[in-house]
Ligand binder design. Structure first.
Ligand SMILES: NC(=O)c1ccc[n+]([C@@H]2O[C@H](COP(=O)([O-])OP(=O)(O)OC[C@H]3O[C@@H](n4cnc5c(N)ncnc54)[C@H](OP(=O)(O)O)[C@@H]3O)[C@@H](O)[C@H]2O)c1
Length: 377
């Protein structure tokens, strides 16, 4: 007889009247297929993309002032209202039980015949639905962790590490020589900074406070500019002139900050042009928006000439373009540098029931610097 594993899994649903419901549902996991494993989940981070689906959508989160808890201590149920003007943005997920938690780490408790070598071992894994006691998934979505690595250290080995490395791949394949990064003190930004320091890649970090600037300087950053400082634009233009960087990654999205960076790139490029050209310089500038930290519209001022492009950047799309060999090369580096370049620090650890505590929901919704939460089911 095969083993059966029973436990709870977090589910997020929005009903047609616009009520968000977060609850723990019972799951029974059994019979891995030949290429599958069942993992007892030990740790999974709450990343901004997890938060977005947990609470509705990045552009349409539920109103946290309306949070209500019902159910029992063992099986709490959280209800919150989605503002009526936001319901349209959620139409594709109305009535669908979403299971957040993009990545995690845990111990393999059952394995199909082709995955026996993983039995009893600890793996990092991806594929969603990690806020659960057990997760069944294909062995291709698991990476064997080194023996001495704790679950917390292996829990976030895909999303932010591969994205930071992916930026560098994009820089190289698209012929750029350095990177400007906004909201650069984020967990991902700190990883990118450590990669660029080690690999000698010019990186201009833009943050929004003196403390964030100090944090990155202490991690070896050469250029860090605080967008709240009065001489920010001048400092940025000078560094862009010095480094000739013309590629930027922006997780903020809303507002004018990305436009300011394009304008500063154009101004830096124009310094060396002696003749006036009403169409601006010929220096091509690329901005990728890869997040929605500010869900308001992206505002682009048109004083950046004509040699520019703004696009979206998503890890899953880029990994597909890259192919399996390149992905394996990047994952190899992540695995070898899990506790250094790709280390994540957690403010708090929470069991499944604790995720549903209103105070915790308000805390992890802030997406603040150095305030990452780890779910330990
Ligand atoms: N496209 C992709 O494939 C992909 C992959 C991975 C991650 N991401 C995105 O990458 C971003 C960073 O993720 P993370 O896990 O590293 O986040 P994190 O550690 O939670 O950090 C978020 C950072 O953003 C700052 N921030 C929040 N709201 C902001 C705003 N409106 N304007 C400027 N700064 C703001 C915070 O600074 P304060 O402390 O000042 O609030 C903090 O430094 C997220 O947007 C995530 O969705 C995208």
């Amino acid at each position: 007889m095969k083993d059966t594993f029973e436990g709870l899994q977090l589910r997020s649903t929005v009903d047609p009247s616009g009520v968000l419901r977060l609850e723990l549902v019972e799951i029974t996991v059994s019979d891995p297929a030949p290429d599958e494993v069942i993992v007892r989940v030990e740790a999974s981070p709450i990343n901004p993309s997890d938060l977005a689906v947990l609470l509705g959508a990045a552009t349409a989160p539920a109103d946290l002032d309306t949070l209500e808890v019902t159910g029992s201590d063992e099986r709490p149920i959280v209800l919150a209202k989605v503002p009526p003007e936001s319901i349209g943005a959620l139409s594709a997920r109305i009535g669908i039980g979403i299971t957040p938690g993009a990545e995690g780490a845990g111990s393999v408790v059952a394995a199909g015949e082709n995955a026996r070598h993983l039995l009893g071992r600890r793996v990092g894994m991806r594929g969603g639905a990690m806020y659960a006691h057990y997760r069944k998934l294909g062995m291709a979505d698991c990476v064997l962790l080194p023996e001495d690595v704790e679950p917390a250290a292996g829990a976030a080995m895909f999303v932010n590490p591969l994205t930071a490395l992916g930026f560098v791949e994009t820089m190289r394949t698209e012929g750029f020589s350095g990177i400007v990064h906004l909201a650069a003190a984020s967990n991902l930004g700190q990883m990118l900074n450590r990669i660029c320091v080690t690999d000698h890649i010019p990186l201009i970090n833009v943050v929004r406070s003196g403390e964030q600037a100090k944090l990155l300087m202490n991690q070896g950053a050469r250029y860090v500019f605080d967008s709240s400082s009065p001489d920010y634009e001048e400092q940025l233009r000078s560094a862009l002139y010095e480094t000739k960087i013309t590629l930027a990654f922006d997780p903020i999205g809303g507002g004018t900050q990305a436009s300011q960076v394009l304008a500063a790139m154009e101004a830096a490029a124009a310094r060396d042009v002696s003749a006036y050209n009403r169409y601006g310089t010929e220096v091509f500038k690329q901005l990728y928006i890869y997040g929605m930290l500010n869900p308001s519209p992206t505002v682009l001022d048109r004083w950046v000439g004509f040699a520019w492009s703004v696009g979206g950047w998503l890890l899953t799309h880029r990994l597909k373009q890259m192919g399996k060999d390149d992905e394996a090369r990047l994952l190899d580096r992540v695995r070898n540098e899990l506790t250094t370049t790709f280390a994540s620090h957690y403010t708090a650890r929470m069991g499944l029931q604790e995720i549903l505590h209103p105070d915790n929901i308000r805390s992890f919704s802030r997406k603040a610097t150095g305030a990452k939460y780890l779910v330990t089911p």
